[in-house]
Design a binder for this molecule. Structure first.
Ligand code: NAP
Length: 583
C-alpha cells in the first residue's frame, strides 16, 4: 500500500472496498495498467461495462471490423514471451482475432481476477482530506482508491445523432459501436447505413453482398485506400520476429508508433514522374500512414497536400463505373485531415446494382419515419437502419461520468472550453487522476498500443516515485498545464489538420467546443518530453500541495516540435518496409 502514513480513508466495511488504484476500462489500456499495478504490489481493480475484456474490440463487432494498423504492430510489446508465442494470421487482424488475443492476454497473465465486468462507474469524487477518490458504480460496492486511472478509450462513447423520429422507426436499429453478439442476418433486407467513416467503409461492402438493397447515406466523402490485406506467411513472420524487441524500440521513437522511413524531401523537390511513382508505391502498400509520409510537407503545405489528395481522388474515380456517383465519392478536405480509411472493395461496392449512394449534404436527412429515412424530398424505405456515426471522441467517455475534483469542481466545468491536460496524462484540480492516451497526447494519431504502453509505464513510474517519497497526492500545476495546452495547440496550428471538420476537433458532435485534441508532435518526440519532465524532477507537478520542481529547461518540454518531421531520425532495418512486404 502506498503511503500508509497519509491514509485517512474510511474504515473498510463490507460495502466499501479500499484500493490503491481503480482502473476504469478493461481494454488494452486497462489490462496493461492492472498488470503493471499488480507487479508493483498494489491493490488494484478494473471495472468495465462490458462482459469481457477487449474494450473497443468487445463492442465493435460489425461485419468487416478489423484493425487498420498491422497486427504485428498492434499488439503488446511488454512481454517477449507473449509477442513470440502469439500468431497473427493476417496483415490486418479481424475483430474476432483481436478479441481472442485480448482474452488470451487476460488468461495468460491471470488478469480477470482483478476485473469486475458489467460494471460502470457513475461517480468519482475526490476527497481532499483523505487524498482519495470516492467512486460509485452501478454495482453494489462503494470503492475508495488513492489513484483513479481512466482507461476508457478514445473512441468508446458512441454517437447517435439526434434525428427526428428515430424512435418511430419500424425496423431494426443497429450501431456499429454496439453491434449485437449474435449473427445479424441482413439477407433479403433493405439496409440503410448512415455514415461513411472507417466503420461504414468497412461494413458497407459486406452488408451490401447480402442485402436486397442498400442505401448509403453519405454526408462527407472520405479518403480510403485499399488495405491489400493478406494472410501471413508464418515462416516469414517467424523470421521477422527474431528482431521483435529491436523493432519495438524503433516504434517507440517513431512518428506514429510504427517504424517508417523518414521523408527527407519536400513534395516539390522531385519531378512529377518521381512523385507519382512514390505516391503509387505508398498507395499500393496498403498503409495510409505511408502516403502521409511520402514527403515531409504533406501535412503542412496545402499545395503539397493538394497533389496527394488529387492522386487519391483520381484513383477513386477509376474504381467507380458511373462518373456521377464517383464524383460524389470524392473527398474535398485535405488528405489525412480526417482519419483516412483502409478498405477492401469499398468504392467498387457502388458499382453494384443493389447499392444507392444518397448524398445527404445535398439532401439532408429530415427525419426517420416508421418506413425509413426521409432525405430531401425522398423517402427511402428500409428494414435495417445502421448507424455508423462514430463517437464522441477522446472526451465523451470520461465526461459521461460525474467526476469531481478539488472543491467539487466537475470535469465538465473544467473542460468547458475544451480538454486541458498536462501531457495528456493529468488535469489540474483532479489530483491522482490519470488519463491513458488522453487529449493532449499522440493517442489517436498513433499506434494505440505503443501509446498505451508508454502512458501506463509512465504512470507506474510516477506511483513508484510517490511511494518512495511518501507522497499522498499529485496534481498538475496550472501554469505548466497551460504551457502544455499552448504547445499542443501551436503544433496543431502549423499543420493542415484543423482545416477539416473532424472528430479530432470534436466537430462531429453538435455543441462540442472545437479544439484539436490529439498531440501532433509525434510519438517519439512526445515520449522524450514526458521523460524530460521526469528527468527535471517531475517538473510541473505538485506533490502534497507543493510544487516539486519547476522546469529547468522548459524548451525541452514545450519547445518547438516539427509536426512534419518529428522523430524521423530512426529508420527501420530495411528502410521502412518491415514485415509489410512479407506474407
Ligand atoms: P466517424 O469516422 O466519425 O464517421 C462517422 C460518419 O457518420 C461520418 O461519415 C459522419 O459524417 C457520419 N455522420 C455522423 N452524424 C451524421 C448525421 N447526423 N447525418 C449523416 N451522417 C452523419 O466514425 P467511425 O467510422 O466509427 O470511425 C471513428 C474512428 O474509429 C475512425 O476514424 C478510426 O480512428 C476508428 N476506427 C478504426 C477502425 C479500424 O481500425 N479499422 C475501424 C473503425 C473505426 P461527417 O463526416 O460529415 O461528420
Amino acid at each position: 500500500m502506498i503511503n500508509r502514513a497519509h491514509d485517512q480513508s474510511p474504515t473498510s466495511t463490507p460495502h466499501v472496498r479500499q484500493l490503491d488504484i481503480l482502473v476504469v476500462g478493461a481494454g488494452f489500456a486497462g489490462m496493461y495498467m492492472i498488470y503493471r499495478a499488480r507487479e508493483l504490489g498494489l491493490r488494484v481493480l478494473a471495472v468495465d461495462r462490458a462482459g469481457d475484456v477487449g474494450g473497443t474490440w468487445y463492442w465493435n463487432r460489425y461485419p468487416g471490423a478489423r484493425c487498420d494498423v498491422t497486427s504485428l504492430d498492434y499488439s503488446y510489446s511488454f512481454s517477449e514471451e507473449l509477442q513470440q508465442e502469439w500468431r497473427w494470421s493476417e496483415k490486418y487482424a479481424t475483430q474476432p482475432e483481436i478479441l481472442a488475443y485480448a482474452r488470451h492476454v487476460a488468461d495468460r497473465f491471470s488478469l480477470r481476477e482483478m476485473i469486475e465486468f458489467n460494471t460502470s462507474v457513475t461517480k468519482a469524487h475526490y476527497d481532499e482530506q483523505a487524498a482519495r477518490w470516492d467512486i460509485t458504480t452501478d454495482g453494489k460496492d462503494r470503492l475508495v482508491a488513492q489513484f483513479l486511472v481512466l482507461a476508457t478509450g478514445c473512441l468508446s462513447a458512441a454517437n447517435i445523432p439526434e434525428i427526428t423520429g428515430i424512435s418511430t422507426f419500424g425496423g431494426r436499429v443497429l450501431h456499429t459501436a454496439s453491434w449485437p453478439h449474435e449473427n445479424v442476418d441482413v439477407s433479403d433486407r433493405r439496409v440503410g447505413v448512415i455514415g461513411t467513416g472507417s466503420s461504414g467503409v468497412q461494413s458497407i461492402p459486406i452488408l451490401a453482398e447480402h442485402a436486397s438493397h442498400m442505401y448509403v447515406f453519405q454526408r462527407t466523402a472520405n479518403y480510403s485506400l485499399p488495405a491489400h490485406n493478406h494472410p501471413f506467411d508464418q515462416n516469414a513472420v517467424e523470421e521477422w520476429k527474431r528482431n521483435y524487441r529491436g523493432y519495438r524500440e524503433i516504434a517507440k521513437y517513431s512518428r506514429n508508433g510504427i517504424p517508417m522511413k523518414r521523408p527527407e524531401k519536400s513534395t516539390f523537390d522531385v519531378s512529377d514522374s518521381e512523385r507519382t511513382a512514390t505516391f503509387e508505391e505508398a498507395y499500393d502498400s496498403g498503409q495510409f500512414a505511408r502516403l502521409e509520409n511520402t514527403y515531409n510537407d504533406i501535412m503542412t503545405s496545402k499545395a503539397a497536400n493538394d497533389l496527394v489528395s488529387d492522386f487519391v481522388r483520381s484513383n477513386i474515380m477509376k474504381k467507380v463505373s458511373d462518373p456521377s456517383v464517383g464524383r460524389k465519392l470524392l473527398p474535398r478536405m485535405p488528405f489525412a485531415t480526417k482519419r483516412v480509411c483502409l478498405d477492401t472493395g469499398y468504392f467498387e461496392t457502388f458499382n453494384r446494382g443493389n447499392v444507392t449512394l444518397v448524398d445527404v449534404k445535398e439532401n439532408p436527412i429530415r427525419e426517420i419515419t416508421y418506413e425509413g429515412v426521409v432525405a430531401g424530398s425522398n423517402t427511402y424505405e428500409i428494414d435495417d437502419l445502421v448507424f455508423a456515426t462514430g463517437f464522441d471522441a477522446m472526451t465523451g467517455a470520461v465526461l459521461r461520468m460525474d467526476i469531481r475534483g478539488r472543491g467539487g469542481q466537475t470535469l465538465t466545468e473544467a473542460w468547458s472550453g475544451g480538454p486541458r491536460t498536462y501531457l495528456g496524462l493529468t488535469t489540474t484540480g483532479f489530483p491522482n487522476c490519470f488519463f491513458i492516451t488522453g487529449p493532449g497526447s499522440p493517442s489517436v494519431l498513433s499506434n494505440m498500443m505503443v501509446s498505451i504502453e508508454q502512458h501506463v509505464d509512465w504512470i507506474a513510474d510516477l506511483v513508484t516515485f510517490m511511494e518512495s517519497r511518501q507522497f499522498a497526492s499529485v496534481d498538475a500545476h496550472g501554469k505548466d498545464q497551460e504551457a502544455w495546452v499552448g504547445h499542443v495547440a501551436s503544433v496543431a496550428r502549423e499543420t493542415l489538420y484543423p482545416e477539416a471538420d473532424s472528430w479530432y476537433l470534436g466537430a462531429n458532435i453538435p455543441g462540442k467546443t472545437r479544439v484539436f485534441m490529439p498531440y501532433v508532435g509525434g510519438v517519439g518526440s512526445y515520449r522524450r518530453r514526458c521523460d524530460e519532465v521526469v528527468r527535471q524532477g517531475y517538473c510541473g507537478f505538485v506533490f502534497d500541495d507543493e510544487l516539486y520542481s519547476e522546469p529547468s529547461d522548459p524548451d525541452r518540454i514545450y519547445g518547438e516540435a516539427d509536426p512534419a518531421n518529428s522523430d524521423g531520425e530512426v529508420q527501420t532495418r530495411d528502410g521502412g518496409e518491415g514485415m509489410r512486404s512479407n506474407g
